[in-house]
Design a protein around this ligand. Structure first.
Ligand SMILES: O=C(O)c1ccccc1NCC(=O)[C@H](O)[C@H](O)COP(=O)(O)O
Length: 264
């Protein structure tokens, strides 16, 4: 069984438990539920945007512990002060070590767009995302059928959330042409082997419609890579481990963004 199948299996059980503990009517009472969201697409495309989507990530299946005791009050705020365009916060506990309120905590201290980084299989998780204060959700084409992508994307839109669709290959691009999503992410990391290939993403990006907002995800650790990807038409760059493995992720992010501006 590959890692996404393992995650999906676990996630279905988890979601069923949470549905019985926290019914949707309870989530709808959150102060964020009826609040307007901020648009990830606007923040990534505005003038002089760094395009960096800085991720709060405590551990991962590919790397194990990265920064398990990181402070969600401090790190996301430091990322934004460093010049990141948006935040991504992992909310999966079992595989990624997220604590219960990491995203809500990040929300309290930041007005920027926040991506709920999780493995979405069910409408319930999208309601949760809205109740936590997220602005954008991730759908992974490898995990769900094109019909489910379409359905969950439409449902997210009905809650004023933007949708980032992650794809890994050409077939997934073609199969999901009809889905109404806001951003397309190409994952540089092959989730079967955990190998990272920037070239693979560049090749796939050529197959995407020009007008779509394109995000390069995973394994980015060099400002020159971001500059190259910008030239290839990417607008956003999702970076987690490279920042988080440092004792001061905000400072690492600041150095990265400064170097980015210099190289430009
Ligand atoms: O990071 C993993 O090991 C991983 C394994 C299985 C599914 C997803 C995984 N990562 C989620 C992500 O997409 C990354 O957290 C994100 O793109 C940032 O990547 P990185 O900069 O390499 O931390």
């Amino acid at each position: 069984m590959n890692i996404l199948d393992k995650i999906a299996q676990h996630k279905r059980k988890e979601v069923a438990e949470r549905k019985s503990l926290y019914p949707i009517q309870l989530l709808e009472k959150s102060i964020y539920f009826d609040s307007p969201t901020v648009k990830m697409t606007d923040y990534l495309t505005r003038k002089n945007a760094s395009g960096i989507i800085a991720e709060f990530k405590r551990q991962s299946p590919s790397k194990g512990a990265i920064n398990p005791y990181a402070n969600p009050e401090e790190v996301p705020l430091q990322y934004m002060q460093a010049g990141a365009s948006a935040l991504s916060v992992l909310t999966d506990n079992h595989f990624f070590g997220a604590k219960n309120h990491d995203l809500e905590t990040a929300r309290k201290f930041n007005y920027c767009p926040i991506l709920r980084k999780d493995f979405m299989l069910d409408e319930y998780q999208i309601v949760e995302a809205k109740a936590m204060g997220a602005d954008c959700i991730l759908l992974i084409a490898k995990m769900i059928s094109p019909a489910e992508v379409k359905h969950l994307a439409d449902f997210a839109k009905s809650l004023d959330l933007q949708v980032l669709l992650e794809i890994h290959n050409e077939n997934e691009i073609k199969a999901n042409e009809d889905a109404s999503v806001d951003l397309i992410g190409i994952n540089n990391r092959n989730l079967d082997t955990f190998e990272v290939s920037i070239e693979h993403s560049i090749r796939l990006a050529e197959l995407l419609p020009k007008e779509l907002i394109k995000i390069a995800e995973s394994g980015i650790n060099d400002p020159n890579t971001v500059n190259l990807l910008k030239k290839e038409g990417f607008d956003g760059f999702l970076i987690g481990e490279y920042f988080m493995k440092n004792s001061n992720p905000g400072e690492k992010c600041q150095q990265f963004i400064k170097a980015l501006n210099h190289v430009n």
